[in-house]
Design a protein. Structure first.
Lengths: 430, 430
């Protein structure tokens, strides 16, 4: 007789309940693919009687997930609660200590506690799988850990937040404001209705970059603050001007090796309209890897939503059922060194500035003088007068400029009384 | 003390010798990632003293690879000889029977004998790995078997032959003839110098489609003839006209489920210039999957050459060293049913025709009448006169037309005495 593998699913939000239903529907297929019978023996959520998209078995329902392991024999825990701390962290620790495999889509948790939890999994000889934590529809974690296992990866970048990419795409298409498009995204379920901040300010994408970074470069997860900027301040006028200059604005996450150090960052970028990444639109995600000997590798797919996320969680489940006990980060926790972090002040980028100024003599010359003082060399300058208001927009594209100088220059610009709105700085993607 | 894993590499052409060098260079990294020490204990090729890119250890050299297993204890065989039959098939069979894991990039062999060899591997509880057989730089086989394991895949298509894609791209760019561009591709090492036929006639791409098809749909490899056309007859004038109509010509491999049957095909396609696939140029490969719940997933990377191929072979090696004994095709050989094959005569496509005709009254009307007879409805007709020669080119884009009717119509067109060159038919990508 075949052994039955017992599964617990904790967290029955959009993802959890979809997965619960998928597992029940695909029992036979999973048995066919892995030779293992599976059974969901426990589920848990805050509210037992909430209306859900799929029916749940209330006989196996727990209000407090921490009680599950006391009463049930569980082989695999699927955590779909979310948040980096609190109950989600507690139950995962409890599971690993009890030699229970863990599957989670929780990027906040993995990017913060992944090293510690990975060590716990390794010590207890169980799996900690988190394919769904980055770009659900793209099996990027498996690809780095297995498909490209012996490549020397030098750079990983891409569009990692579907919410932001949807908003940027939609603003361009509809010429509407950030605020209105965000509201639309919330109505469509692409953005969190209550608190979309973690998507919009770049935090979500940065969590994913930290995870990819540690996998690609075989280092511990960096605890450094990195360079993080969101899309909250992007105005339609920037999208319009970028468009005229043959660019689109995308929120990119980038991690790369510079002088043997790791440089991680998330910020809006002007990318060329005819580039690959410039044409990844809507809620799509894309990841591009540069490595040796592989060359450039591109992966694109739906980033979020219960379907793609559940596809990733199921691939983790099958991996465990097939009996592949693996290091959570591809190599032993004891061999993952601390990352050396590149000083972001030493980085350089071409820049886009937009300054709204009073249209009077001397303003332009004082701005260009300031740029010269900060050793920022101007490649292109466009002045767009606004006769009615006696103001003008000055758009400047610079050559490669040092990051620290650029930010210092920006802070002086902010104080200039002839500049009547908060100046805009967006980096170009090199 | 750790056990040492013994490896034999047979075939030391461009791929084999590159891999031999990679394995020797990456021993330490492999030990770090898998905890296993590895050693190449035997190599084999036709010619011991041939000049090679990397130095080989002649003390472990065998002229006849079939002698290796008699003298050496081998755990993993890497076959890089090529061809679907003969010595490559013999040694793989011998290895599997001796419970030796096998890694091969040989798509001709896998697409022909994969089912039988897979059964042999399963029976002997060893791995048969062939990630490198399809699109080296893209871990597509692992992605289907593991990353997308529980998705219901409905269609897989893409650019699977770098040689053909290079030629098509280069013809468009340089406006040169097929013959000249082929010569250039051969000089650059992108096409076989002696016999490039299997790349150009679509056979190579079809082997890959057969492998992808069996993995995506969990069926045995189809032995059917399918629809296979190559790029040998593409003329620059077709590329030019396609271009004016906003299309590019690409050799696509496509497999999909239609009415629960599998439809596999390889042929040149007119694809829209602004589509993703229309912008995969040069020697690049790309694979696009449609599945549920994943949606559309895109993977792009370098398709051929020793670097990407070796990256794929190394991922197979690591998978074996990590101790993942797996079904070669994702599920047990005994559960892979025979595929039901869609009758290609029932398929339909929009079509592009180019006819070189004598420029005289009545020709056009007789052609359009013929199309009407075969129930092919014309969407667009362009007549380009060539006054000097008193001839004209007639370009026709049709609505969706039945395949059998289209081919019958074409065979009549071929016989028409007013059509002075072999008529051209290229399918549009729907």
């Amino acid at each position: 007789m075949k052994k039955t593998i017992n599964i617990a699913v904790v967290g029955l939000g959009q993802i959890g309940v979809y997965l619960y239903n998928e597992i029940n529907n695909k029992k036979k297929e999973i048995e066919k693919k892995t030779g293992k019978k599976i059974k969901i023996v426990a589920i848990s959520a805050k509210n037992k009687d909430k209306k859900r998209k799929y029916k749940i078995d209330k006989k196996i329902f727990y209000i407090n997930p921490l009680n599950i392991f006391k009463e049930k024999k569980v082989d695999i825990l699927i955590e779909a609660i979310g948040l980096s701390d609190g109950i989600s962290k507690k139950i995962i620790e409890q599971a690993l200590k009890n030699k229970i495999h863990v599957i989670t889509p929780n990027k906040a948790l993995i990017s913060k506690h992944g090293d510690k939890l990975g060590r716990l999994a390794e010590k207890n000889k169980v799996n900690l799988e988190f394919e769904a934590s980055v770009a659900g529809g793209i099996p990027i974690i498996r690809t780095i850990k297995e498909g490209l296992a012996t490549n020397k990866i030098t750079k990983v970048y891409g569009i990692l937040n579907g919410t932001c990419n949807y908003i940027m795409t939609e603003m361009e298409k509809t010429k509407d404001t950030f605020k209105n498009v965000l509201k639309k995204a919330q109505n469509l379920g692409y953005a969190e209705p209550s608190n979309p901040k973690l998507d919009l300010n770049g935090y979500d994408a940065l969590s994913k970059i930290k995870i990819l970074s540690s996998l690609a470069f075989n280092k511990k997860i960096s605890g450094s603050k990195c360079l993080m900027e969101g899309i909250e301040n992007i105005d339609y006028s920037d999208i319009k001007i970028a468009n005229q200059l043959n660019y689109r604005i995308k929120l990119l996450g980038i991690t790369e090796i510079i002088n043997n150090k790791i440089f991680e960052r998330v910020h809006p970028c002007l990318v060329r309209k005819d580039s690959y990444i410039g044409n990844v639109n809507g809620v799509m995600n894309a990841v591009i890897l540069n490595g040796f000997p592989i060359g450039e590798s591109v992966l694109q797919g739906e980033g979020a939503g219960p379907g793609p996320t559940s596809s990733a969680l199921m691939s983790d489940l099958l991996s465990i059922l097939r009996g592949n006990i693996k290091y959570p980060f591809g190599i032993s926790q004891y061999k993952r060194g601390k990352p050396k972090i590149f000083n972001k002040n030493l980085s350089s980028n071409s820049l886009y500035f937009r300054l709204e100024v009073k249209d009077k003599p001397g303003v332009l010359s004082s701005i260009t003088k300031l740029f010269a003082n900060y050793k920022i060399s101007i490649e292109r300058l466009i002045q767009i007068p606004n006769d009615k208001k006696k103001t003008a927009s000055i758009v400047i594209i610079t050559h490669n400029a040092n990051e620290a100088n650029s930010l210092n220059c920006l802070s002086i610009l902010k104080k200039k009384k002839d500049i009547i709105k908060k100046p805009v700085l967006i980096r170009l993607f090199n």
